[in-house]
Ligand binder design. Sequence first.
Ligand code: UD1
Length: 429
Amino acid sequence: MDRIRIVGGAKLNGTIPISGAKNAALPLMIAGLLSEETLILDNVPRLADVAQLQRILGNHGVDIMSAGKRPGAREYQGQTLHISAADIIDTTAPYELVSRMRASFWVIAPLLARMHEARVSLPGGCAIGTRPVDLLIMALEKLGAEITIDGGYVIAKAPGGLKGATIEFPKVTVSGTHVAVMAATLARGTTVITNAACEPEILDVADCLNKMGARILGAGTPRIVVEGVVKLNGARHTVLPDRIETGTYAMAVTMTGGDVQLAGARPELLQSALDVLTQAGAVVAVNNEGIRVTRNGAGIRPVKVSTAPFPGFPTDLQAQLMALMACAGGASRITETIFENRFMHVQELARFGARISLDGETATIDGIARLRGAPVMATDLRASVSLVIAGLAAEGETMVNRVYHLDRGFERLEEKLSACGASIERISD
Ligand code: UD1
């Protein structure tokens, strides 16, 4: 399995192009199942999760064509996918495919809405807590589906089609909101979703669905109203930039020092994280090209942060912030409120010499002047990249083992970082 070798200490200077958001690309691809006509998605990142979802959709009979670069396309532009679900030949999403990526479970919503039946394996994905699907099932039941669980599969049926309903989520859930919105687009009547997730990716998917002829109001707010339609059309949509990739590189440059332009980044997608970085001593400037992050000379200041649903500080940047705070001039506190057990990076960061103690859902980090490179192991997607950030700032060599999680969510990571002066290479065994 591939490893990444880093020799730390270099400041990052240059430009990093930000890719399309993984967490929007996946549900957008899944939304392609809702229409017989072709959905064209631009700026889709080249990631292992995207390739895996292509296999899953292929199994349902979806044709996916990946178009090459067009004249005038930016060097780093993502791929264009043409997704055609003219005929759905199979409404089962098997264990072998779904167990590797949690978001693939979401195919249950369009399959049920369009085909009135679906049989989908319970999901896998990153090992960050139990991550149940009870709220997704609750939403589909409210819309009239009959659901049973048998042999590790969720079997959903709605013989007469789904019916609009009121869905009140007892907690904010991104997956639940995606599933409820997608399913409601083809339900008869009106669906009102309250306590909906407000993440930008929800809005991006709703924008695309509306281009396909759906009637969704209020996406991006806690109350979404969906007026069901009989069918959806084809459309063309550009995936929004990845706010987690943006925040990750912003934290990397804050940690190493230097001056990096995050090209194509949109500040409003991660204002809370940018505010935290400013508190920590980075200079964050917004310009026409994206976001420029600089730290020259000033030390890293400790912060106190709790993760929260959007627009709060994202849980997907928690591990990266912890790496950064390992070198702050004082004690920081980071509280994880979204996922239990999302602290697997703590023991790996300790290998760099980081001083972190855990008390329930709160980590206290006593910053030290300099981390030292070490062999470490990647455990989940965002935890993996926190180890890369730590390695970039640490003295000496770091070997990040088992990097397949990184390839699930970060496009051309080594290339983007080495273009900014980092000493980082992939070693394929
Ligand atoms: C999505 C993101 C993930 C991010 C997370 C929170 C994608 C592909 N993944 O994951 O990167 O970290 O949002 O911003 O977009 N829950 C239940 N029952 C359910 C569903 C969720 O209890 O049926 C709980 C989860 O265990 C968790 C919380 O709700 O504690 C939030 O989960 P959710 O927002 O659904 O996360 P995901 O959509 O899985």
